[in-house]
Design a protein around this ligand. Sequence first.
Ligand SMILES: [Zn+2]
Length: 467
Amino acid sequence: MARLKKQGYAGIQGAGALSSSRLRKRFPLEAWGNLDQILGHECKIDEVRQLIDRHRLQRTACHILRIAMLMMLAACSKPAKPIAGADVDYWTCTMHPSVHSETPGKCPICGMDLVPVTRRKEVSSKPGEFMVPIQRQQQIGVTYTEVRRRHMQFDIRSVGTLEADQAQVFDCVARVDGYVEGLQVTSPGERVRSGQPLMTIYSPDLRAPEQELANLLKVQVNGSVTPASMEPLIEAARRRLLLLNVDPSEISELERTGQLTDRLVVRSAVDGVVSEVPIRIGMGVKPGDKLVTVLDVSNLWLWANFYENEVGLLREGHPVTVSLPALPDHPFEGKIAVLSPSIDPVKRTAMARINIPNSDGQLRPGMFANVIAHIDAGKGLTIPSDAVLPTGLRMVAFVDRGSGRLQPRFIQVGRQFVDLTDPNQESYYEVTGGLREGERVVSSANFLIDAEAQVQGALRDFGVEQR
Ligand SMILES: [Zn+2]
């Protein structure tokens, strides 16, 4: 090799230093054996050049011979098969596809016989439609579904917090002046029963009305006036004591024994839970002071928030199911009692009050709850959710026009719902516009179809013929 370089071979090639492998690559000679032989000996550069030239000549001759044979074959062979005139779209040259001729003949450029181009068998697509051959549809797994009427049932979900029923909150208020002498309940959370003593108040205010009742009864018993004429006065005196929070049992006791007392026993009006005890023993109280608050928790309120687009589906009295993370296995049934007429401007929700019976006392105010309202929207036109392709603002469905033709169509959909009767719990959209009952739409491989449509649309835009 070094000897070859020395003799200027590399310079002739103009490629700098040539290695043996690069030389072989450049000139794939069948006679490399010869060259090796030559190189192995003290060869002259003219000998190598001659060898290369000879190889080139051989190769060119070979090509000419091959082309000639091909042309002879083409001339001898008959047309592959006769094509019906009706199927032929136009005639063209295989070497010059720009040649379009109505009739058979010779290529004006190269003189070769023109070949027929047949029409596509499929019906060409109309504007707004595109073509995905059936075979291709099968390859990408396209399936169809029919637009049909279904019973539309779905759930609306919300969350809320349990609260005490405000109609069942009993504030025990002082109706006399006095001092707290004894407390039977001291802290929130204590359970009390109706009529159970809560506290004792010392109040000299009780003396006068008690004395009045006792005197009236004495007059009635003495018989100096008719008993009937005394009755309204006695009833008024009883009522005065009742309004001072004296228990009816104590009034009866007073009437029986005539024994006056200046101690008022305050009793619970309901069965419930003490929620507040703002007083202590020894504190002075005045009429209007709050003594004890008792909650009746046999019925609770749940305030749930529903979005403004859901509120229209709800009405007062609508049954709902309430489940609590605290009691996961125990769903509660309730009803919407109140639906707020206004929407919260920040949260964009409307409040709904649900009354939940709590006879066993398992529920507690403050608990977090999930709310499910079951909506039955009747029958409507539907398609599976998979058949709808969201494109931002609008929804698209691909309608089957037969023979592989598909039409993308903007549709209007309503609510999404789950077919509760379907074991697969398939999700559907209500169709409010754009589709008719019985039309077939693509229900799977929508994205692939969309891609196909976009590619075809783009090709059409570029003026490429769809063939
Ligand atoms: Zn041609």
